[in-house]
Every structure is written in C-alpha cells, then in structure tokens.
Design a protein around this ligand. Structure first.
Ligand SMILES: Cc1ncc(COP(=O)(O)OP(=O)(O)O)c(N)n1
Ligand SMILES: Cc1nc(C(=O)O)sc1CCOP(=O)(O)O
Ligand SMILES: [Mg+2]
Length: 207
C-alpha cells in the first residue's frame, strides 16, 4: 500500500562551502516537500544572505522554503513560511506576521500544545524527538502514539522529527506522519546527500 508521507529537509547546523551544489543534488534526487533553513545564533544579515543564496535553489524546484525561528525575516525575504518553537515568537504574533504563508510549530510530545498551535492557525505541527540525535539536544522525546492519535483525529498535518533515518522511519510513516523532517539522514549519508534523499524516499515508500 502507498502512503502520502513526504520528506522535509532541514539544513545542517554548519553549511559547507559547496552547500549550494549539495543542496541542488539533494533536491534533484527525488521528491522533497520543503527545505528549512536552520541557522542558530547568527546575525540577521547572515541569515538574509543565506536565504538569498538558497531560496532560489529550492523554490525553482517547487520545494517550499521555510525559515526557522524568524517569521519576520521569512516574510521580508520571500520565504514560503516559518517554523517556530515553544520558546520562539508567540504563535499569534507569528500567524499575524506570516499572513497566508506557512506556519509550522514544534509541539514536542504534546497533543495539547498541538491543539493550541492548530487553534492559533498552524499549518503543521511537529512532534519529536522520536530517536536520539546528535544534531541537537532535544528537550523531550516523543512517543509514536502521540503522533498516531493526532493523525487519526486531527486535520492539521503532522511532522515527525528527531533522529529519523531510512532504517527507523517505517513506524512513523505507518502511524500517519505527513512529513518526516531530517538533517543527519541526508547531510551525513556516507554516499552523499542525494543518496540520503533516495534512501529516505525508498524507506518511506516501503513502509
Ligand atoms: C520541522 C521542525 N520541527 C521541529 C523543530 C524544532 O524547533 P525548535 O523547538 O524551535 O528548536 P530549533 O530548531 O529552533 O532549535 C524544527 N526546527 N523544525
Ligand atoms: C531541529 C530538531 N528539532 C527536534 C525536536 O525534537 O524538536 S530534533 C531536531 C534535530 C533533527 O535532526 P536529525 O534529523 O539529524 O536528528
Ligand atoms: Mg526554534
């Protein structure tokens, strides 16, 4: 049986010099729904310059370009939306700034937070971390049941994140995740990012 789960790619914590080429290769390797630019603790002008470099690579391939943490800059810089966490900009403010653009919200392992996000107009909610990850110290681990109940009962799409790989993703797909968000599974793949995307897509299709 096929499923509707799609891949949501997030940039690595540090962008290598040849990142544009790596990104183009990854996005050309198969269906990617969205790319999130996630740069932590850097000045706004670096975010702006990086958006200008990467946004056309994604948008020219019909991949939504989402900016992490900063709805204000997402709006200003021509992004397709922004992702905010529980300690970032308040949801109502983010929704107001973004207008019709996409708003994604981190909800950890909480359907209550996800309900609040949905009520505030989130376009997707993200649960995680499902598996240990070296990309960041996740504040909380998430249970597949949280995602499954959400997917079965709510309309707002859900994203699964945190330590997801081609080897461990099947239960999340079967539980109804609309998107799998990954960093390491693609950018740290031993055969390169294109192989990482292909491996994830193969695993999603087989789930
Ligand atoms: C798709 C997606 N899900 C969750 C997060 C985490 O957001 P947040 O909790 O704000 O943590 P940081 O990523 O900002 O460190 C995300 N970025 N994307
Ligand atoms: C950015 C992020 N947020 C998480 C959360 O739990 O909210 S886990 C995470 C890191 C995702 O990277 P990887 O695919 O390499 O594990
Ligand atoms: Mg954040």
């Amino acid at each position: 049986m096929t499923n509707d789960c799609r891949l949501y790619l997030i940039t690595p914590p540090v962008l290598p010099d040849n990142f544009e080429a790596q990104l183009a290769a990854a996005l050309d390797a198969g269906d990617v729904a969205a790319l999130q630019l996630r740069l932590k603790d850097v000045p706004d002008d670096l975010i702006a310059r990086t958006v200008d470099r990467l946004r056309p690579i994604a948008q020219s391939r019909d991949v939504a370009f989402i900016l992490n943490d900063r709805p204000d800059l997402a709006m200003k810089l021509g992004c397709d939306g922004a992702h905010v966490g529980q300690t970032d900009m308040p949801l109502k403010q983010a929704r107001k700034i973004l207008g019709e653009l996409t708003l994604g919200v981190t909800c950890h392992n909480s359907r209550h937070l996800a309900m609040e996000a949905a009520e505030a107009g989130a376009d997707y909610v993200a649960f995680g971390a499902f598996f240990p990850t070296s990309t960041k110290e996740p504040p909380e681990m998430a249970e597949i049941e949280t995602l499954q109940i959400w997917a079965e009962t709510m309309e707002v799409p859900c994203v699964a994140i945190g330590g997801i790989t081609a080897e461990n993703c099947a239960p999340l797909v079967r539980a109804g995740a609309e998107f799998l968000a990954v960093v390491g599974a693609v950018w740290n793949h031993p055969d390169g990012p294109a192989a990482g995307v292909q491996a994830m897509l193969k695993a999603i299709a087989a789930a």
